[in-house]
Design a protein. Sequence first.
Length: 225
Amino acid sequence: MEVHKNQGPTGRSSGRRILLALNKMRPEGGLHVICQLLRRKVSGMGPNVYRSLAANKGYTLTEIMIVVAVIALVAMIAVPSYVKVRGLARKAECRQNIRALKGAKETWAFEHHKTGAAVPSDSDIFGPTLYIVNKPKCPTGGEYSLNAVDEAPTCSDPEHHVSASPASDQAPENTTTSDQTSGDGTTALMFALWVLYKRDAPRHSDGERKPKRHPARRNIVGKRN
């Protein structure tokens, strides 16, 4: 029995080669029944294979463009929001560190009877038995300065400034970012998606495209008397 190294019945030519190989075989007993079933299966496989290939069509260019545009829209909305939230979280953490430094400095001045012009050093505030165990670090890489007692500690990052008055520390900030002013770009992208959808959307239930109507191109013919 000759053995052919085929990849499988992937087309009409492969099916014919399998039929020829089965016809050359003269098996007996149970193997004969199996070969008969294989002949019937392969002979009726061709139309079904081509019909399934015709039904499983790929995606159109319009559908791919719509998917890419949706992904771009989601990224345009999500990325600025993520950057904004991360920046606000870092700013809040830095301000909390500055308030802790301010409280520790005022406690040191009260216990040691210091005036408002006194400037504590790091060895006066930070230590295992002092007010703060370790000197905090700014999440954005800025450096803290203790300053005088009557002045609030500062960070080298200008966006993380805390004034000396408690009321101003609680004042709301202007959190307007660029993602809130990008409405025109989002509207234009949504309009482009709508245009692409309208170009490919009008179809019958059986998958055929409906003929486009152009009312402006209709020829107006008057009635003849």
